[in-house]
Design a binder for this molecule. Structure first.
Ligand code: ADP
Ligand code: TRP
Length: 331
């Protein structure tokens, strides 16, 4: 196992909030990129359970959410030999550093955060945790001396908060934190849901990533189509069935399917059946792996525990330096 600073690979860190059942939009838009990146970087992927507490305040729900994220990521192919998978709350130093960051940050600066402004615009009740979210995230990143932070576009501002906070701390207390770079996931296109809008759990239009064959069939059958007959030529770019199907195909297979739409002779019923077959073939191995993992929870929990132990050594080392620099370390 590679240890901190023992290799020349850059350190990558990213957190995932445990917020319910994942769908193929999450997979193609975000999750699978971690699997690709695990070979290129020394990767730390963690379950952001304390961040989730800004919205989830239910013991069973939070516990289940944490376990689900671990199972999801292991099932899609995160390899615990390559990636350190852990949960945020196993590194209490993160919250400790968050407090120190609170003390060097002004309210107006945090008020500029998109997430806060959105919540305020919607007249939501905003807890202090939500307001402070960017600084806990800055701690996650900076405490591990991370070089790169792969995130979706929506999280870019949060990485900028981490950079600003590192700079501010370094200016006040001396050079301590490394400057992390955001890594906006490439080719992240928006996956369309079964109603043609963006796939999102809030629209109830998803195909769950670990769906059963029954669920796949039910979801695909709901996709609305126009009234073109079997013989008629169809424009694949206008079809939600095709928009989802093309995620699963490339090269010749994709060209062939495209031709089937354009040439006529394929009805929407057949197009849906083809999609169901390919979705089932794509999902089945991951679903089965997830089921196997779930039957061996001891191993899954050991992976998280070991991951936490490994990164908490880095975190404690960094915090010692921070405590000394701010002046609370007197022994
Ligand atoms: P949801 O909209 O279902 O609540 P989240 O907001 O929890 O999804 O998103 C989790 C991750 O998945 C984010 O990185 C987000 O960019 C990505 N994601 C969510 N929906 C899609 C989609 N339809 N297409 C591409 N990526 C998506
Ligand atoms: N804020 C991120 C999200 O909502 C999750 C997260 C927490 C994170 N801490 C992080 C991501 C550190 C990258 C690095 O998706």
């Amino acid at each position: 196992m590679l240890k901190h600073n023992e290799n020349s690979k850059k350190i990558l860190i990213s957190g995932v909030k445990p917020t319910g059942r994942v769908h193929i939009g999450n997979y193609f838009g975000a999750m699978r990129q971690f699997v690709d990146l695990q070979n290129k970087f020394e990767s730390y992927i963690f379950i952001a359970d304390y961040h989730a507490m800004t919205t989830v305040q239910n013991r069973e729900e939070l516990k289940q959410g944490i376990i689900d994220v671990a199972l999801d990521y292991l099932a899609i192919g995160l390899d615990p030999k390559k990636v350190t998978l852990f949960k945020q709350s196993d590194i209490p130093q993160v919250a400790e550093l968050g407090w120190i960051f609170n003390c060097i940050t002004t309210m107006p600066y945090l008020m500029r955060a998109h997430a806060y402004k959105d919540a305020e615009a919607k007249n939501k009740e905003i807890n202090v945790g939500l307001f402070d979210y960017p600084l806990l995230m800055a701690s996650d990143i900076l405490i591990q001396d991370a070089d790169i932070v792969p995130v979706g576009q929506d999280q870019k501002q949060h990485v900028e908060y981490a950079r600003d906070t590192a700079q501010k701390f370094n200016r006040i207390f001396g050079e301590t934190f490394k400057m992390p770079e955001p890594f906006i996931l490439p080719n992240v296109e928006t996956v369309i849901g079964i109603d043609g809008r963006k796939m999102s759990k809030s629209y109830d239009n998803v195909i769950p990533l670990f769906a059963t064959d029954e669920e796949i069939k039910k979801a695909v059958m709901k996709i609305p189509t126009d009234s073109k007959g079997v013989a008629e030529s169809k424009n694949p770019e206008e079809s939600t069935i095709f928009a989802i199907h093309k995620l699963l195909l490339e090269g010749d297979a994709l060209k062939k399917l495209e031709a089937k739409y354009k040439n006529g002779g394929m009805g929407y019923k057949e197009a849906k059946e083809l999609l169901i077959a390919d979705l089932s073939a794509f999902i089945k191995p991951m679903r089965e792996k997830r089921q196997m993992l779930a039957q061996d929870m001891d191993t899954v929990l050991d992976i998280l525990r070991d991951g936490g132990k490994r990164v908490s050594m880095n975190a404690e080392k960094k915090m010692k330096e921070v405590r000394e620099k701010v002046g609370v370390e007197i022994y």
